[in-house]
Design a protein around this ligand. Sequence first.
Ligand code: PEP
Ligand code: MN
Length: 436
Amino acid sequence: MIVVMRPTATRDEVRQVKEEIEANGLEAFVSVGEERTVIGVVGAEVERASHLGTFPGVEQVVRITQPYKLASVEHHPEPTRVRVRDVDIGGGGELKVVGGPCAVESEEQLMETARAVRHEGASLLRGGAFKPRTSPYAFQGLGVPALELLARARDETGLPVISEVTDPAQVSVFEDHVDLLQVGSRNMHNFVLLRAVGQSRLPVLLKRGFGATIEEWLLAAEYILSSGNPNVILCERGIRTFETATRNTLDLSAVPVLRGLTHLPIMIDPSHGTGQRALVGPMALAGAAVGADGLLIEVHPDPPRAKSDGDQSLSFAEFGELMDELRRLQFIRAADAMAPPPVPASAEVGALRGRIDDLDRQIAALLQERAATALAVQQARGNGWHGHDVRREHELLARAAAGEGVMTAEEMSAIFGSILRVSRSVQRRHAVASRS
Ligand code: PEP
Ligand code: MN
């Protein structure tokens, strides 16, 4: 920290400032310039000198280090890995996905969701028991019975569970039932709650306040860390801006910004971040792409009938598609999905699998032949042209979609869409090669 004195400051005023710094257990380095004097403040707790701005003769106090310490990369250069039961989050490890309902509504709803998200490869289960709703008339959560259901879902599926704690007095009942404490956006500034979870043995997921800067968020994390709990995960869930097209504005740039400031793991919540089901998948993928350590996704067996946040909850099928996409893009390894039950070895299954291998060989040979034929069309047209013809492509997609079988029109279109994309890229590559 540097104290900049006014050009008119007297020697007495400089002396008073120096004495005040030393009285606070800090060191003062006075540098007298031609126009003004500046005083460098050095010590582990320079924050103690932040009141010097009000001293006579002082122009301004300039902070040159971050106001948080335990959360900072300077304090802890290695990325922190937070262990939630047997699941590690952060520390450069693989992306982890938390799935589950906004609120626990019934045993059936939670168990069904727990099994579905586990089946799709989620690593943790979420479920609100005490819901901090904007309106006092909205569903407030089932309370402690919901925590009991979460514990039961964990016992059945093996997934660690996370739930939001809103009251310091309830930390101990949460400790009896859940594996990860969530501090919600509305409570990020609740310093009594932050200190209470800071004294817990459980790790804490700290959501960003919807009106909080990154510095305020890290200072909130500092409350937890300085109360003795080193296991804090940050979760970006959107901030309030002038934009009304989405529920919140998901600040994805927070991830790389935080990487430069803190060692704590970072998660993204695209459900609260967007408020709309159709936007959750794209923003989840974007969150994974900017390097988040985890995703928090709301999933419900019947989103239109959810008691809270149905608009932003994914159905089981939508959650499954998102998990497939995360695997396809290799943000999560396929092996992380629940191991499929072994197929009973029988002569019949063996024959079916043999037939599949045979079909795959034929498909591969046909695809090579198709690409070679497309190249021949391109050569017949001359190298200045691509071989593809958009009108013919549309016809082909329509024919594929009209075919009958176990696959839907969308599934067939997806396959032929990729064949056409690859075919174009093969033609482009050969055209470039023959020009050079
Ligand atoms: C939640 O995750 O259930 C929740 C209420 O989120 P937020 O605190 O981000 O609004
Ligand atoms: Mn919610």
